[in-house]
Design a protein around this ligand. Structure first.
Ligand SMILES: Nc1nc(=O)c2c([nH]1)NC[C@@H]1CN(c3ccc(C(=O)N[C@@H](CCC(=O)O)C(=O)O)cc3)C=[N+]21
Length: 278
């Protein structure tokens, strides 16, 4: 069965929209987009479109590839100080001459819609309330929407990134799953993935997961967004794996739309938390 991220996001967004309509003002997100990476422009435009449909306000601040770090610092600082701004998103990747860690850190963690700030990562690690990274949060929302049990399940994650693999592993542990995090240096990867009740592919290699790596009846979550010959391909060989999986996410229309929905939910949470309701 297909875990339809597009449809699920539409349903959850419709519910969120109702809540947003009741607020005193529109939640406002400022996106900082540096350079001309076409994929980044696509994502950002899609966030813009979706958020406006939800009654949220999104501004795109486009900066030149060669922008000075000071200019970015000034922009972030002004958004930090502006109590009409609820969320700030620095679209990744950013040019190499800019200090990504330092810039992410500069964003007020109370406006950190991505949940990438050290403070939000720490809050997650301590199992305290905070903003969770959008992709892991979107995956949880999708599994919950389909009532897929998590407690006691063996979750195997391929990939240990700071924005997907690592936070997702903690979120699954907090839901009482048993989690194995694997990566490029893992020995006998297939033996591990074969044990997964829930298998998450988040490594960024097109069609990496083949059917010999998947247990019959497993739930398969594909986080991959790879552009191959101008087509979107996931990290899972969908045609091969779908027949043996109990549930599987497609690419596109799987985790991607859920990520955007989770971002919108984060923005709403930031608005409420900020008590900027006047
Ligand atoms: N600060 C920051 N926050 C992010 O959340 C962030 C980022 N930087 N950099 C890039 C990645 C990537 N990302 C996607 C979100 C939605 C889709 C999505 O909706 N994809 C559609 C297809 C879109 C298409 O056709 O290109 C789908 O899967 O159905 C994809 C990718 C967010 N990112």
């Amino acid at each position: 069965m297909i875990l339809d991220g597009r449809k699920t996001a539409d349903i959850l967004n419709e519910q969120l929209k109702e809540k947003v309509l009741r607020l005193n003002r529109k939640p406002r997100l400022e996106i900082i987009l540096i350079g001309d990476d076409p994929a980044s422009h696509t994502y950002v435009n899609s966030k813009l479109k979706q958020a406006s449909q939800l009654g949220m306000e999104v501004h795109i601040n486009h900066m030149d590839e060669s922008v000075l770090e000071d200019e970015v610092i000034q922009l972030i600082t002004s958004f930090n100080q502006n109590n009409q701004v609820d969320g700030i998103l620095l679209q990744l990747p950013i040019p190499k001459h800019l200090n990504e860690v330092q810039l992410m850190e500069l964003i007020d963690f109370n406006k950190d819609v991505d949940g990438f700030h050290t403070m939000n990562q720490g809050l997650l690690f301590q199992k305290r309330e905070g903003i969770r990274p959008a992709t892991p949060k979107g995956i949880m929302m999708l599994l919950d929407h389909y009532h897929i049990p998590i407690e006691g399940m063996h979750v195997v994650i391929i990939g240990r990134s700071q924005i997907v693999g690592m936070p997702l592993s903690k979120m699954f542990i907090d839901r009482n799953a048993t989690v194995t995090v694997t990566h490029s240096k893992t020995k006998n990867l297939k033996e591990l993935t074969k044990q997964a009740d829930i298998l998450v592919a988040a490594l960024g290699k097109p069609k990496f997961v083949t059917k010999d790596m998947v247990k019959i009846g497993a739930v398969v979550i594909d986080v991959g967004i790879n552009r191959v010959d101008n087509k979107l391909v996931g990290d899972v060989d969908f045609d091969e794996v779908a027949p043996i999986a109990s549930y599987i996410t497609p690419v596109p229309k799987g985790v991607g739309p859920m990520t955007i929905s989770a971002l919108a939910h984060n923005l709403y949470e930031l608005y409420l938390k900020g008590d900027k309701n006047t």
